[in-house]
Design a binder for this molecule. Structure first.
Ligand SMILES: C[S@@+](CC[C@H](N)C(=O)[O-])C[C@H]1O[C@@H](n2cnc3c(N)ncnc32)[C@H](O)[C@@H]1O
Length: 207
């Protein structure tokens, strides 16, 4: 099995881990949505041994790579990857274990908007009050790109698939708010990316 290696994940896994140290809870199971190669989950599980991690990806190729990284790293706090697609209704019901947090890196701009909505809906159904949903990626801020490279990246995404593109932080906050999350101040990261921490509100709707 091939351990895929994304150069970007190699660069950003360290800075993301430092934010996760601050925002993740002290114990419990952390679900990763859209794990991709598996480089992130191995790095996070190694750096946060008091937590357990559950990687996932809808792509069979990605799950093979994640499994290969896990076999190589031999960590006791990571479960085998699951096939999860957040655009499938009820995706969250396929996980039996209680979830302390959810992490999703570089997905909402490389998928149709339905994926962001599906992620927020399912995450809200599974996270308890105050539990974090942590996003990472590039964002527009109030209509403006932070750098020409982000704008070029967004144009490139849209040329590959018109439903893809760098999301505006206001659009993300509104969709997250409708699902029952409040957004913390985004954390600036290298290369014009941000970590966005959404916390499940204390009370939302009938739940
Ligand atoms: C750009 S890759 C990011 C992978 C990894 N998180 C990283 O940052 O290196 C986007 C990932 O999103 C996953 N993805 C796309 N649509 C998805 C969906 N509807 N539900 C869950 N994951 C999805 C893809 O399979 C792919 O692995």
């Amino acid at each position: 099995m091939i351990r895929a290696k994304s150069p970007a994940a190699e660069r950003n896994k360290g800075p993301i881990l430092e934010v996760l140290r601050r925002v993740l809870p002290a114990e419990g199971l952390v679900l990763e949505i859209a794990s991709g190669s598996g480089q992130h989950v191995v790095h996070f599980a190694d750096g946060l041994p008091h937590l357990r991690f559950l990687p996932s990806d809808p792509s069979a190729e990605a799950r093979e790579s994640i499994a290969a990284h896990l076999a190589h790293a031999a960590l006791s706090n990571v479960l085998l990857p699951r096939a999860l697609d957040v655009t499938s209704s009820g995706w969250e019901a396929s996980i039996d274990e209680a979830l302390a947090a959810i992490v999703c890196i570089n997905m909402i701009h490389i998928a149709p908007l339905e994926a962001m909505y599906g992620l927020f809906r399912g995450a809200a159904a599974r996270l308890g009050p105050g539990a974090p949903l942590v996003l990472y990626g590039p964002y527009r801020f109030h209509g403006a790109f932070l750098a020409p490279s982000n704008e070029a990246f967004s144009r490139d995404l849209a040329s590959r698939n018109p439903a893809w593109g760098v999301r505006d932080i206001d659009e993300v906050a509104e969709a997250a708010g409708s699902a029952g999350f409040t957004m913390e101040e985004p954390v600036a990261m290298p290369a014009n990316n941000h970590v966005v921490v959404l916390r499940r509100a204390e009370r939302h709707g009938a739940a």
